[in-house]
Each structure stands twice: as C-alpha cells, then as structure tokens.
Design a protein around this ligand. Structure first.
Ligand code: SF4
Ligand code: SF4
Length: 353
C-alpha cells in the first residue's frame, strides 16, 4: 500500500526501487507480500506480479483481498478475483481476504455471496488460506467470527490502538476463537515511527540504539497469537531498520513495556486526528487532499511548528484544501477510523483562517 512512488501526487510506483527492496527482503528471509485491488490504483498488484516472477512461486507468500464495495452485480466478485490473478501473474493466492470488513462491507459480502465464491476458490486450490481484514467494533468482529470458519484475520494492532481503537478486545476475540492474527498498521500509518519529541526522548533514553519503529514492531510481534506483522515500507532504509528488528526478534520485557506506556502517555496528549493515512477516503469528489491535510495537522500539533505547517499546507492548491470540503459525507463512510472528516476539516480550516 505504501510502495515508493515516482511522484508524491501520482500512484505510479518506483519499480526499480521496489525490485531492490524485494531482492533484499527475499535474501533476508522476509517472504510475505501483501497487496490489494485498489492499492496504487491497481498498480501495486501489477508491480508485485511482475517483480515476483524472478522467484519460484513456492518461495514466497502472496496475499490479496476482495474489495466487495467495488461489486455492483453478483458476477463482479468473480470478475475481480480473476482480474487479480491475472494482474498478479499467479494461479493462486497463499492468503486471501475479504477486504476491510465492517458492518456495511460484511452485508455486501452476503449480498454478493462473496464467502461462498471464495470458499469455492479455496476448494479449487486458488486460495490456500481464507480470512478477512477488519475495521469495526469488537461486537461486529464477534458476529463475523461466529458466522463461519476462518483461517486467519487481519486487524489494526499497535500500542496506541490497543485501548484507543479497542484492538485488545479484537485480539482477544480472535485468540479465543483460535484464529491467528495478521497485524496491519503496527506503526499506525507511520506516526508511531515519528512520535512526538517528548515520547521519542523517553524511548531514546531507555535504548539509544533502537528506532521508534522498532519499539512498535516489537510490541505487536511479542503477542503470542500473531502470525505475521505487516509494515508498509516506502524506503529501503525502512526495510533495513525492520530487518534489524526481526533478525532476531527480541520480545519486549516488562520494564520495556513500562517505558512504552510512558512514551504513549506523552504522545497521546499531542495527537489531534487519529488518521492512519490509509487513503480509503480518497478520492474526494471535490478534490480535498484529506490524508495529506490530517498528516500535516497532526505533525503540527505534535511538533508545535506552525510556521512549517503553514508552509507545507500552503503548497496544497486552494481547491484541495480543508475549506474546499462541501460536507457531502462520502469520505466518512469509507474511513476505517470513523473520523468525522468534514468536522475535522472545518476545524482545521478555521484554525488556518
Ligand atoms: S465530506 Fe468533504 S472531504 Fe469528505 S468527500 Fe465530501 S467534500 Fe470531500
Ligand atoms: S481520514 Fe480515514 S480513510 Fe482517510 S486516510 Fe485518514 S484514516 Fe484513512
């Protein structure tokens, strides 16, 4: 989802850098690749499909996801699935999930009989492990878990969301049901890699050799029912740091957990909008650059540097800024963090004016 781009404003992927990153990952033993239909406007699937041809198919795991909200007719589920196989140049997916299940998407999955179709694909060997990624409350998760057998589930899990987003309850529901967990957003869209200066200072004092990202990854990887930790790595340096963290993984000690609690308390005081930059809300029909605005605003609230904020914010064209929002509500339906996007944009616009 966060592959390096040729330009920040376009989905085109810097394929030469991705190739180097894949080669480095495979050499280091990191062999799980996660993509989705709409990542980089479909270019993520194509990029992986092309670059992974360099490796035997059984030397890596490839994961893809069914975006049920793209379906308009019952036949669309199969059409999307076949298109994904073709884009990824593969005969099967090792892991496949219903993408971003919440109440609405779970209903759509039933309307279009997606579960029945995917179960059939599993029987035919086109899917090895069938699961779902999830963005809703623990109550909705329980319903989905109870509805049928699942091989795994992917949830948003990190030390900030453990209580804030009720990730602890979600993890416990899955663990009790014997469903292994794949972790997404372990760095919460990169924000736990930067943190605030006071939170960073706490972590640096405790362990000068560790990055903020390493603390966050070790937190989730220390949980016993975690099967895999995803990290969207945009730069080769991100990958090198992550490889260091996992080679080998050192689970967090009790005293390190206490340190992390202190850093979290310092960070939470500063966070303004809980946006993870997932871009599910995009595109906005009038062109508001929602995640970019929230990212800059959070950075401002964390660092207190209003000059830098305004400088960066003014680089956004006026008709894509916070004040351009017409309150149509389209984005809110797609936001997994349930952010009241128009209200937050209004607040930011007022603060800038
Ligand atoms: S509510 Fe505002 S930001 Fe959201 S989609 Fe509509 S115009 Fe865009
Ligand atoms: S506002 Fe919501 S949907 Fe949009 S990028 Fe942020 S978290 Fe994702």
């Amino acid at each position: 989802m966060r592959l390096p781009r040729l330009s920040p404003d376009r989905p085109d992927i810097d394929q030469a850098t991705v190739k180097k990153m894949i080669d480095r990952a495979m050499k280091a033993g990191c062999n799980y690749f996660d993509t989705a239909y709409m990542y980089h406007d479909g270019l993520s699937e194509r990029c992986l499909g092309e670059l992974l041809q360099a490796y035997p198919r059984d030397s890596y795991y490839l994961t893809d996801k069914m975006p049920v909200w793209f379906a308009k007719n019952p036949g669309d589920i199969e059409k999307i699935f076949r298109e994904q196989l073709a884009r990824c140049k593969t005969d099967y997916f090792d892991f496949y999930m219903l993408h971003a299940l919440d109440t609405a998407n779970w209903k759509l999955a039933q309307t279009y009989e997606a579960c029945e179709f995917l179960a059939r694909m599993k029987k035919e060997g086109k899917i090895r492990k069938l699961g779902f990624s999830f963005h809703d409350t623990p109550e909705v998760l329980q319903q989905i878990v109870d509805a049928q057998e699942w091989d795994f589930a992917q949830i948003q899990l990190n030390y900030l969301d453990w209580e804030l987003y009720r990730s602890r309850e979600q993890y416990e529901i899955l663990t009790k049901a014997g469903i292994p967990v794949i972790v997404m957003e372990p760095l919460r869209g990169g924000s736990l890699a930067t943190l605030s200066p006071d939170a960073t200072e706490i972590l640096k004092t405790a362990d000068p050799g560790s990055s903020n990202a390493a603390w966050a990854l070790r937190y989730v990887a220390s949980l016993p029912n975690v099967l895999c930790v995803l990290s969207g790595m945009t730069l080769p340096e991100h990958m090198e740091d992550n490889l260091k963290t996992f080679s080998p993984l050192k689970p967090l000690t009790d005293s390190e957990r206490k340190t992390l609690d202190l850093a979290l308390a310092a960070y939470r005081k500063r966070l303004a909008v809980p946006c993870t930059a997932c871009r599910y809300c995009m595109p906005c029909p009038v062109g508001v650059e929602i995640p970019r605005i929230f990212g800059l605003y959070n950075q401002y609230k964390i660092t207190g540097n209003k000059w830098l904020f305004l400088n960066n914010y003014n680089a956004i064209p006026e008709d894509s800024g916070a004040s351009a929002c017409v309150n149509c509500g389209r984005c809110v339906k797609h936001c997994p963090q349930k952010i009241d996007i128009p209200a937050q944009l209004k607040k930011i616009a007022a603060e800038i004016a």
